[in-house]
Structures are given as structure tokens and as C-alpha cells.
Design a binder for this molecule. Structure first.
Ligand SMILES: *Cc1c(COP(=O)(O)O)cnc(C)c1O
Length: 417
């Protein structure tokens, strides 16, 4: 199957498995650079286009360095993400601070870095004024459109989401900030995630473009940018079709022409995607360590859900291939499981796979976004290493595996070190 084929080849992975013991996260640098170049070349016709990478998808400074080289800004939502961006010298308007339930410390840091601040609620205006005194010169608000019906299909329910301001509030918010002396404005929404349908993106853009235009007319302000959020989905399943960047930019460019043609000042369109940027180019590499046959057939691998929480959290599909068996018929049905004392700890349930033997290398695909970064230490599991497969296909450990001293580091107890 095509999805089983690794871009750097089975032999190279075999060498890596011999060099580093499993489990490890493997990231294909060439893959993301090519992907970003394709994204940029498609969107180059959209005015002022910029991608702000959602740092939470893979908060490793070596990765942020690569993204910076490819022209990305950073989308941060917490203090430590801001500090990570600062560490790789991404500051100022190259940071979009899209947080929620935000603390003063976080706002202070964002201000110190001259980041673009995106308020998640109308109450943040007073909270910011009370604690930091003066509003930033450039300010953005996150819009929550509430009940959404597109083509009579309810695709998502923003009214159940904790994010953003209502339509009524958002007019009040911009008016108040205008009167308080804010000079430049942005507007943001994110109503979907992991979406593969082009039309939904275009609809989202339309909702936001329309709203931005209405606000501009009513309040006599001009937006600097419209932030369409992060939503572009990954084709996790072999039968899914990846989103076409070309189709997407065309749809967005058409809308731009409809709503904003003839504007004197430039209005930039930006996005803050995480998963589509890195997701498909990362692999969780594990070894089969046990087989078990009871009412179902199980393959136990030397990793667990703390390496990749998405199947547990969202019932997400992650493709699995077996090294050297990419062409073999998928004649067996297995649950591929980890070692947590939790029955949810399954990378795949009743998955058709080739026969798996002990010590086979079991590769879990599309794990470079929201994979390592969602790690938890439940059951005293320790973090695996992150390995970057560089453009020349030399490997580099960009984060070592956690050891027991790391795990006990916050405990001051005699005998524990
Ligand atoms: C998580 C998140 C993103 C990135 O989402 P992806 O699905 O990884 O593209 C972007 N913006 C905000 C505010 C987020 O919370």
C-alpha cells in the first residue's frame, strides 16, 4: 500500500532502529521543507500571506528553527511557548499569541516580545487594562460564530466551544478599543480542526471576511490582517485525499476580491496551522514485543499511549505499517497496544495488518503534530527521544529520552535520585 512506503526507504529506517533503540519519534526534515514550500508557493498570491506554526503541535526548538528558516511565524498559547519562540529569536509580529483563559504573566511576556495579542474574550480588555495599563497598538479578537449551518449540515457546534466572542460582543470590543486608542486591528476565528473539505474552509473565510467588512463599515476602522486559524486536516487514512493548497488559495483569493477589492491599504491573510505543516512527516517507531491471543489477537509494542495520545483522546486513526512487510498481504487482524494499565491504550483496534512477529518494527504514521507534545507521565512512563532525519538523511537526536532522574526531579525524597 502506498501509505506504507517510507520516503527515506526501509533500509534507512532499519539502520536507525539498529542505531537507536525503539521507541522513538522520527521527523523527516525534507518532507516538511517541501510541504512548506508548496504551501508558500500556492498562497503567494494571497496578499501578505503568513503561516504561524501552532507551537503546541511540536514544541521543539530545533523544529522551530527549521520552520523559521522557511518563513513561518509562531502561534503561541502559553508562557512557555512564548519563551520557546523567543529562544529561537522569533519575536514581534512574527508571534501570534492566540491564548484563552490567559494569565497576567502570559500577557506581560507577550507584550515584552511585541507579539500580536489575540484576545479570546471581551473581558480581556479590562483585565489587560487593570494589570498592564495600556492596550497594545495592534490588537486582535477571536470570533465565535455560534450555531453554524452550512448546506443544511451541521458540521460543528461553535456555540458549545469555550473560545471567542459572540458577534454582538465583537463589535463592542473593537469600538471600545478604537476609542481607547488602539491603532491597528486583526480578526481571528477557528471553527474547525482537522478538516479535509475545501468548501468548509472557504465558508469559514467567507464568514470572517463578511464580518470584517461589516465591522470596518460600522466602526470606521481598517483591519491589518485576517487570521483564518488552523484547521487544515491531515489525510490520516489511506483512502482520504489531502487538501489541495492550490484549490484553497484560489477560493480564498476569490473571496478576497469579492469583499476587499479596491482597498487602498493592504490587508493580510494569515493562518496558524500545526498539524498539516508537520503531521504527515513524522513517525512513531516501535518494536513488537509480545503477542497475545485471547478473545482477540493483540500485538504489544514497546511504546504506549503517552507517546501518542490521539487514538485514545479522539478515537483517531493512525496508519500502521510493518518494516519489510509493506508489500505483504494484510491477512491478520490485531489490536496494537501499549503497556499502560488502561484498556484505552491502543494504537489501533481490529486493524488489518501483515503477520507481525516479535521484534518486527511497527511504524505508526503521521505523528509529528500533537504526538510527542501531548505526552503524559501516567503509569510512570518516560518520554521517548525525538530524532530528526535531516535533509541529507543523516540523523540527529534533537531530544534525548527521559530517564528516571528526570521523572523524580521534582521530588525531594531521601533515596530517590
Ligand atoms: C491548536 C490550534 C491551532 C493548530 O491547529 P491544527 O489542527 O494543528 O492546525 C491553531 N490555532 C489555535 C488557536 C489552536 O488552538
Amino acid at each position: 500500500m502506498k501509505k506504507d512506503i517510507l520516503p527515506f526507504g526501509t533500509q534507512r529506517l532499519q539502520e536507525l532502529v539498529s542505531e537507536y533503540s525503539t521507541p522513538f519519534h522520527l521527523y523527516d526534515e525534507k518532507g516538511i521543507r517541501k510541504n512548506l514550500q508548496a504551501l508558500k508557493s500556492a498562497f503567494s498570491k494571497v496578499p501578505g500571506f503568513k503561516e504561524y506554526y501552532a507551537v503546541k503541535a511540536c514544541p521543539n526548538p530545533y523544529i522551530l528553527d527549521i520552520l523559521k528558516e522557511e518563513g513561518c511565524g509562531m502561534d503561541c498559547s502559553s508562557l512557555w511557548e512564548l519563551i520557546l519562540s523567543e529562544t529561537v529569536s522569533i519575536t514581534g509580529e512574527d508571534i501570534m499569541f492566540t491564548s484563552n483563559n490567559t494569565s497576567v504573566e502570559e500577557f506581560k511576556k507577550a507584550k515584552e516580545l511585541w507579539a500580536i495579542i489575540n484576545f479570546d474574550d471581551i473581558s480581556m480588555i479590562d483585565y489587560y487594562l487593570e494589570n498592564i495599563w495600556e492596550l497594545p497598538e495592534l490588537l486582535c479578537f477571536r470570533y465565535n460564530p455560534g450555531p453554524l449551518k452550512w448546506w443544511n449540515v451541521l458540521i460543528w457546534t461553535p456555540e458549545d466551544a469555550k473560545y471567542g466572542l459572540t458577534r454582538e460582543q465583537i463589535f463592542t470590543a473593537y469600538e471600545r478599543c478604537r476609542d481607547l486608542g488602539v491603532k491597528r486591528f486583526g480578526i481571528h476565528t477557528m471553527v474547525a480542526s482537522n478538516e479535509l473539505e475545501n468548501d468548509y474552509f472557504i465558508e469559514t473565510a467567507k464568514i470572517l471576511f463578511e464580518l470584517a467588512r461589516d465591522i470596518e463599515w460600522e466602526l470606521d476602522i481598517e483591519f491589518d490582517f485576517i487570521n483564518l486559524g488552523g484547521w487544515i486536516g491531515v489525510a490520516y487514512k489511506p483512502e482520504e485525499t489531502p487538501v489541495s493548497f492550490e484549490k484553497l488559495w484560489k477560493g480564498i483569493a476569490d473571496l478576497y476580491a469579492t469583499y476587499f477589492s479596491g482597498r487602498k491599504d493592504s490587508l493580510s491573510i494569515v493562518i496558524e496551522c500545526g498539524r498539516i505543516i508537520t503531521g504527515p512527516y513524522g513517525y512513531l517507531v516501535t518494536s513488537a514485543v509480545h503477542k497475545k491471543e485471547i478473545y482477540k489477537n493483540y500485538v504489544g509494542v514497546d511504546s504506549c499511549m503517552s507517546d501518542l495520545m490521539r487514538p485514545w483522546m479522539y478515537g483517531a486513526y493512525h496508519h500502521i505499517s510493518v518494516l519489510w512487510k509493506e508489500d505483504q498481504e494484510k491477512k491478520y487482524i490485531y489490536d496494537v497496544v501499549g503497556s499502560l494499565c488502561e484498556n484505552n491504550d491502543k494504537f489501533a483496534i481490529e486493524r488489518r495488518l501483515p503477520e507481525i512477529n516479535i521484534w518486527d518494527t511497527v511504524v505508526i504514521h503521521d505523528t509529528w503534530a500533537h504526538g510527542y507534545s501531548m505526552w503524559f507521565n501516567y503509569n510512570a512512563k518516560l518520554k521517548s527521544r525525538e530524532i530528526l532525519l535531516q535533509e541529507d538523511w543523516n540523523s540527529k537526536v534533537i531530544r534525548r529520552a527521559e530517564n528516571l532522574s528526570d521523572y523524580f526531579a521534582t521530588l525531594d525524597y531521601p533515596g530517590l535520585k
